[in-house]
Design a protein around this ligand. Structure first.
Ligand SMILES: Nc1ncnc2c1ncn2[C@@H]1O[C@H](COP(=O)(O)OP(=O)(O)OP(=O)(O)O)[C@@H](O)[C@H]1O
Ligand SMILES: [Mg+2]
Length: 271
């Protein structure tokens, strides 16, 4: 049967925010995007070009002004109800009254996983994010980067088939960031998860992605889609970061971004 549904399908989606005194901002205009199951797609573009808006629409945290979105063939709303995806946004969004363990196991608890299953999964995830010693700490006892890692672990708790991530590594130091990127590549290979990943870092987008979607601001549009796939998880290790193919990918994305109006180019990391 040939009915494999895309993980994400965005068709002719526009989102206009009404402003005071009638002024309005077209955050997205006529955006089309299809993400295949297991595919890793990054969104990159100047500050204000609508990346977070697009992610929020996919997650059904906002509704489009026009156009259609589906997640695994379902309306975005249904996918949210069914919890078909994990979310990690820039603000960690942890529950302050729950410990690190309590926060990570929350999605599992909501779905009725038993205590021993939850504890086993949480200890795996704590190891992954390097916070085993902080299992009993509360969010306000952690640094911003540590909180962010807890939020990532929570998003991964149920091994979702789709991950929506908005600058999830923005608050991490460079070493931790690269380690989390390596882990994300491994996790995606293991779980076959599709990922829509917002970042300001060109190298990060190139290292992680099958495709990089370049956007321009006001109105937010997709201006380029660049194939950068640098191979499977076995090839994507630290040595790739010094590889010719990697530098070529970085150059391609940078050139595409330079086609984007300079007025909106603040906030784009052009390392
Ligand atoms: N709730 C809202 N109400 C009004 N305008 C909004 C709202 N959310 C976003 N916008 C506007 O939509 C545009 C796109 O915002 P968005 O947050 O999607 O940008 P972004 O690409 O994620 O930027 P950044 O890289 O800075 O995070 C901006 O001009 C912003 O002011
Ligand atoms: Mg944003």
């Amino acid at each position: 049967m040939n009915d494999i549904k895309p993980a994400v399908e965005v068709r002719a989606v526009s989102r206009t925010f009404g402003g005071r005194k009638g002024a309005s901002v077209t955050a997205l205009e006529s955006v089309d995007l299809s993400v295949a199951p297991g595919e890793f797609v990054s969104l990159i573009g100047p500050s204000g070009c609508g990346k977070s808006t697009l992610l929020r629409l996919i997650a059904d945290l906002d509704t489009p002004t026009s156009g259609e979105l589906s997640v695994f063939g379902k309306p975005a709303r249904q996918a949210r109800v069914d919890q078909d995806y994990g979310i990690a946004f820039q603000q960690a969004g942890l529950l302050p009254w729950k410990t690190v363990t309590g926060n990570i196991e929350l999605p599992l608890a909501l779905h009725g996983a038993g205590r021993s299953e939850r504890r086993a999964r949480v200890s795996e995830l704590l190891e992954l994010i390097g916070l085993t010693d902080f299992a009993g700490h509360y969010p306000d006892q952690l640094s911003g980067g540590m909180q962010q890692r807890v939020a990532i672990a929570r998003a991964l708790a149920e091994s979702p088939k789709l991950l929506l991530m908005d600058e999830p590594f923005g608050a991490l130091d460079e070493m931790t960031r690269e380690r989390m990127q390596n882990e994300l590549v491994r996790i995606c290979a293991e779980t076959q998860a599709a990922v829509v990943f917002v970042t300001h870092s060109i190298p990060e987008a190139v290292f992680l992605s099958d495709r990089v979607v370049v956007m321009s601001p006001r109105p937010g549009r997709i201006t380029d889609v660049i194939d950068v796939s640098l191979g499977g998880p076995a090839e994507r290790d630290d040595s790739l970061r010094e590889d010719e193919a990697f530098f070529r990918g970085v150059a391609k994305v940078r050139e595409a971004l330079h086609g984007v109006p300079v007025a909106g180019a603040r906030g784009v990391d052009t390392r």
